[in-house]
Design a protein. Structure first.
Length: 336
């Protein structure tokens, strides 16, 4: 994983209420004084870093501030205070013209409601952001066809949104957001309106796309199962503040407080712990079946066929890095 920070938030606040700007202009925001001032802190003193190429999931219950935060990151909602650095540039110092340029050329956004244009075909919907940019027709349609093929909708270019299933409509939304080749990709509960089976398929598709594209992604969800399946790291929000941020393993195995512990209480540990955290040092010739170090224990367990006691653990390049033992996996499954 690249450790370069693509997006950095420093003490970001979003206050709602009469006099919010004047209140913040006094200097440091006093959380204890918000109620007395008649203000609501929708986002409270958020500090985070999103690394290049990672899937960073922000999650929390309804009203926790996660959607407001992601809109602050792109300045669709204007933050009250703080700094938001994108490739080192402070977005809060950018004028509206500069922000429009950044959103059009460097950011992609997918929301829960597909927001497809009903009078346009799939091809025209996907090409629409490029048309706004002024890209000539042949180029934008060629790019749109590439994205339609990427999300598995080849042959449906001429269809209209009403002729597509919910999952297909969301694929069009994803293709459209990718058409501009964004550096930073925001997805706000993109699959929550879908049926469970289609949602699972879209998660699989999302992971496949990321394995190809290696985008920097901020993904919003309220579903912890979805978060641990997709995330490199997760931030849990409550009342506008980030309570804890870390890998799924860190949140489940070492919760920062009772709120995080309760949030993660029913998550089976085998669905969270990766093979790399459980493997032992490699021994030559010990196992013939291989398993990637990045795989979760729950996904590795079925590989232990009758008579198989160990698996060979390999890294992304196929090099052996350790050994996974059946007894260790059974222990996690039983405790999970």
């Amino acid at each position: 994983m690249n450790t370069t920070a693509k997006l950095v938030c420093r003490s970001v606040w979003k206050l709602y209420g009469a006099g919010a700007e004047a209140y913040s202009a006094r200097g440091l925001i006093d959380p204890a004084g918000l109620d007395a001032a008649g203000l609501v802190g929708a986002v409270r003193d958020v500090n985070l870093e999103v690394r290049e190429g990672e899937i960073f999931v922000i999650m929390g219950l309804s009203g926790s501030g996660k959607s407001t935060l992601v809109r602050c990151l792109s300045r669709l909602v204007e933050p009250t205070a703080g700094e938001i650095l994108f490739n080192g540039e402070n977005l809060l110092a950018a004028d509206e013209r500069r922000m429009i340029e950044i959103r059009r050329h460097q950011m992609g956004m997918v929301f829960q409601h597909f927001a497809l244009l009903p009078h346009l075909s799939v091809l025209a919907n996907v090409a629409f952001p490029l048309e706004i940019q002024g890209v000539e027709r042949a180029r934008r349609e060629a790019r749109a066809r590439e994205m339609i093929d990427l999300v598995g909708l080849s042959g449906r270019e001429g269809a209209f949104p009403r002729e597509l299933s919910g999952g297909q409509q969301q694929r069009v939304g994803i293709a459209r957001s990718l058409a501009v080749e964004p550096e930073l990709w925001f997805l706000d509960e993109p699959f929550s309106a879908l049926d469970p089976l289609i949602r699972r398929e879209m998660q699989d598709e999302f992971l496949r796309l990321q394995s190809v594209l290696k985008k920097t992604i901020v993904f919003i969800t309220h579903d912890f199962d979805e978060a641990i399946r997709l995330a490199d790291r997760i931030a849990i929000m409550k009342d506008g503040a980030i309570v804890q941020a870390g890998t799924p393993e860190e949140l489940v195995l070492d919760p920062a407080d009772d709120y995080v512990a309760e949030f993660t209480r029913n998550v089976p540990k085998a669905k969270v712990i990766r093979v790399a955290a459980l493997m032992r040092p490699a021994a030559a010739g010990e196992a013939s079946i291989t398993v990637p170090a990045s795989v979760r224990i729950a996904d590795a367990a079925p590989l232990f066929e009758v008579g198989v006691a160990t698996l060979q653990v390999v890294d992304a390049d196929g090099a052996t890095v350790g050994t996974l033992h059946r007894d260790d996996v059974v222990d996690v499954l039983m405790r999970g």
